[in-house]
Write a protein that binds this ligand. Structure first.
Ligand code: NAP
Length: 295
């Protein structure tokens, strides 16, 4: 039986936010520059509204500037592209974040690829993706980068480790695999058509679950001592009609087997916003050819 360590993403994210705030204050004192993020929200999706509000609050708390454009659900693709062009040209804006999902009449990839890659703080632009996979310098998607920070601090070495990523989305699974490969892990990227997921997962020294399926990963899928990063956020309805958030890993079953695990909530989630602040600050420095803080 292994003693399972809890990876406190909330505390680590708070430290990163403080580090960003300190670096932003130093940048402002030296140059007068205040890095700014502009969030673009199209439509009335309640979850997206909550995300955009909490991102704005976190930006202001770190001493960064936060701008917002709220557009009606009927906005045309051409109108959104015109706004992106305007934000690309606005020197106060270092990061542009288009909240997904977008209404049906708008092609999300066309909009993402219209963002100046230097302001692509989500790291979803085709140029950012290409650079990430080819080992170039790019802005890296926030959720997988947050996972990487937690992994670096919870494993003695990543090099040579067997890493299994469950889920191959463009925002989590694929960039996570690219980051782990760059750390010299041996990476398996599994998905809904993979055969024998439990056997694949059991090979993993590092198991990243990002499938969006409540408690998909059972205790028996985990190699004793593995570090488990649970990206999933799923709402599970309880028998009495209430609901609670659960991850993609059966957390109670992982106890005594995993070497370390992130909880849901309080694990990866808080790291995502902290990494967005980090990316905005880094984008502000890189765009102007200034030294960037090591964060
Ligand atoms: P997504 O776009 O729906 O992708 C899910 C991936 O998981 C797909 O590649 C899918 O395979 C795979 N998958 C689904 N069911 C599976 C199964 N039974 N077995 C194996 N693979 C399966 O989701 P996402 O946007 O990557 O998000 C994944 C989860 O992370 C969600 O719960 C989301 O809420 C959460 N999330 C959390 C954060 C955070 O900050 N903590 C950020 C982003 C996302 P196919 O490709 O074959 O369909």
């Amino acid at each position: 039986m292994v003693e399972t360590r809890l990876i406190d993403g909330k505390a680590r994210a708070e430290r990163l936010r403080q580090d960003v705030a300190a670096a932003a204050a130093a940048l402002k004192a030296k140059t007068g520059i205040v890095p700014g993020l502009c969030a673009v929200l199209v439509g009335e999706d309640p979850a997206s509204q909550v995300y955009v509000r909490s991102k704005g609050k976190a930006m202001r708390e770190a001493g960064l500037a936060s701008f917002e454009h709220k557009l009606p659900a009927s906005t045309s693709e051409a109108a959104l592209l015109a706004l992106i062009a305007q934000l690309n040209a606005d020197d106060r804006v270092d990061g542009i974040l288009v909240q997904l999902p977008l209404p049906r009449q708008i092609d999300p990839q066309r909009v993402i690829d219209a963002i100046d890659p230097a302001k692509d703080v989500d790291g979803f632009h085709a140029q950012s993706v290409g650079r990430l996979w080819s080992g170039g310098r790019s802005l890296v998607p926030c959720t997988p980068y947050g996972c990487l920070i937690l992994l670096r601090e919870n494993l003695p070495a990543l090099s040579g480790a067997e890493a299994v990523v469950l889920g191959r989305s463009n925002i989590v699974g694929k960039p996570m695999a690219a980051l782990l490969l760059a750390e010299n892990c041996t990476v398996t990227l599994a998905h809904s058509r993979s055969r024998d997921l439990p056997a694949l997962a059991r090979r993993a020294d590092i198991l990243v679950a990002a499938a969006g399926r409540a408690e998909l990963v059972r205790g028996s899928w985990i190699k004793p001592g593995a570090v488990v990063i649970d990206v999933g956020i799923n709402r599970m309805v309880l028998p009495e009609g209430k609901s609670r958030l659960v991850g993609d890993v059966a957390f109670a079953e992982a106890q005594g087997i995993a070497g370390a695990i992130t909880p849901v909530p309080g694990g990866v989630g808080p790291m995502t916003i902290a990494c967005l602040l980090r990316n905005t600050l880094i984008a502000a420095c890189r765009r102007r050819g200034l030294d960037e803080p090591a964060l």
